[in-house]
Design a protein around this ligand. Structure first.
Ligand SMILES: O=c1ccn([C@@H]2O[C@H](COP(=O)(O)OP(=O)(O)O[C@H]3OC[C@@H](O)[C@H](O)[C@H]3O)[C@@H](O)[C@H]2O)c(=O)[nH]1
Length: 418
């Protein structure tokens, strides 16, 4: 694990070690030492220069104290697709944001864009850390005064979860435990948790309400359900304000084309339908594979409820504003409308203007035939409703980003910790 804060303290240690070892008795050595001092001084200057370029350098004291009227939100996974869009929205709304990300799935490029948009001291800082490292997380909470946590960071591919279940159980449950324990230890009182429709599995009746029994059928959904249970049990004897948002299938991009979805190329085989469509439209892949055509749905392909990322982050801001101590709110975040994979691909062809070649494959492990939400609870209680319900229009915003960023976020997107 590396973070800029640690680099600074290590820099201090190294400096004192080199000065502590000076011995001026030998004139030859003295020249050596002068050389070393000059080298150390220039390296230190270089380090400081580089750190000043990094977002973490901006006035840590501002981040370490509560300020009346300023809500400081820790966004875990803020370098990822949804987390970065949430950070952008929070920053636009004048929240103070700290992003923690291990860059295993997220992109430093997304953080850099946010940093360029909000360069003022005290707005945004980035800390490179892994939530599995409880000591590092504790240090982050010690050095920062958070008012709320939005916990996005997680591995999140259904197919991958069936292949590497332990990775999913570990990452999703134990990291949530670390976040909760550290929040409790430091008195941070509000949690907005990213859950998923995958916790419902394959219910008998549609649409899915928050009362629909949760019977997940893949490790991703099961691990998210476990994390929800951990949070719910903890909240029974705590005065924490908790909001659990169960997302349906997230698509789209920042309409101004600054942020987008940049999945790891090496994870393409597990990738979501949106990424697969765009890869095919851009000719990076020879075509799109539709995985499963024999489901009991109108056209035989799976049905999902596609929610625009800008609507999703709007739900987060509303959840944050309405969160109350000792209360738990659980909400579906979807449009209430189901679309089949075939319909999705047709919309993608229209949005991109590309005639995507399609191969039909057998079912993917872990998939359920049909899920779509009943979003009436969130509409009633949080006054939230999806504004973007046209698949093609959401895909157009994503396609715009894809065209502007042919290499995703560039070199930074290949930084990997796992
Ligand atoms: O290349 C592909 C990818 C996906 N698909 C199909 O498209 C449908 C949607 O699959 P995706 O992987 O995009 O999304 P999923 O429904 O599996 O899960 C998604 O939604 C819920 C979120 O919480 C999860 O994080 C997210 O992965 C499935 O039927 C899948 O089999 C393909 O046919 N081809």
């Amino acid at each position: 694990m590396f973070n800029f804060g640690r680099a600074r303290s290590q820099g201090r240690q190294n400096r004192s070690m080199s000065l502590g070892g000076l011995d001026y008795a030998d004139p030859k050595k003295k020249n050596n030492y002068l050389g070393k001092i000059l080298l150390t001084a220039s390296l230190t200057a270089l380090c400081i220069f580089m750190l000043k370029q990094s977002p973490t350098f901006n006035t840590p004291s501002v981040f370490s104290r509560h300020e009346p009227g300023v809500t400081h939100v820790l966004v875990t996974g803020g370098a990822g697709y949804i987390g970065s869009h949430a950070a952008l929205r929070l920053l636009k709304e004048s929240y103070r944001v700290t992003i923690v990300d291990n860059l295993s799935r997220g992109n430093l490029g997304a953080v850099k864009i946010l940093q360029e948009l909000f360069p003022e001291p005290g707005r945004l800082q980035f800390i490179y850390a892994d939530l599995g490292d409880a000591k590092a997380v504790n240090k982050i909470f010690t050095e920062n005064a958070f008012d709320a946590v939005m916990h996005f960071a997680a591995v999140a591919y259904v197919g991958e979860s069936t292949q590497f279940p332990l990775k999913y159980y570990h990452n999703i449950t134990s990291n949530t435990l670390v976040v909760l324990e550290t929040m409790a230890a430091h008195g941070v009182k509000t949690l907005i948790y990213s859950s998923t429709c995958a916790t419902y599995g394959e219910p008998d009746t549609m649409p899915i309400t928050e009362e629909t029994p949760q019977v997940p059928i893949n490790p991703y959904g099961k691990a998210k359900k476990m994390a929800e249970d951990i949070i719910l049990d903890f909240s029974k004897n705590s005065n924490m304000a908790v909001m659990i948002l169960r997302y349906f299938n997230v698509i789209g991009s920042d309409p101004e084309g600054r942020l987008g979805e940049a999945p790891r190329p090496e994870l393409r085989e597990h990738g979501r339908i949106s990424g697969a469509c765009f890869d095919a439209a851009r000719g990076i892949m020879p075509g799109l594979q539709i995985k499963g055509t024999d489901y009991k749905t109108a056209d035989g392909t799976c049905v999902r409820d596609y929610i625009d990322v800008t609507d999703l982050v709007d739900a987060h801001v509303k959840a944050l504003q309405k969160a109350k101590p000792r209360k738990v709110g659980i909400y579906n975040v979807g449009t209430g409308k189901g679309s089949s994979v075939k319909e999705f691909v047709e919309a993608c062809k229209k949005a991109t203007g590309v005639e995507i070649k399609i191969d039909y494959l057998p079912r993917r492990a872990g998939d359920y035939a049909e899920v779509y939400s009943d979003p009436s609870k969130i509409r009633k209680e949080l006054n939230w409703t999806a504004k973007h319900t046209n698949l093609k229009e959401s895909l157009e915003t994503a396609w715009r980003w894809q065209k502007l960023h042919r290499n995703g976020y560039g070199l930074t997107s290949s930084v990997s910790v796992y």
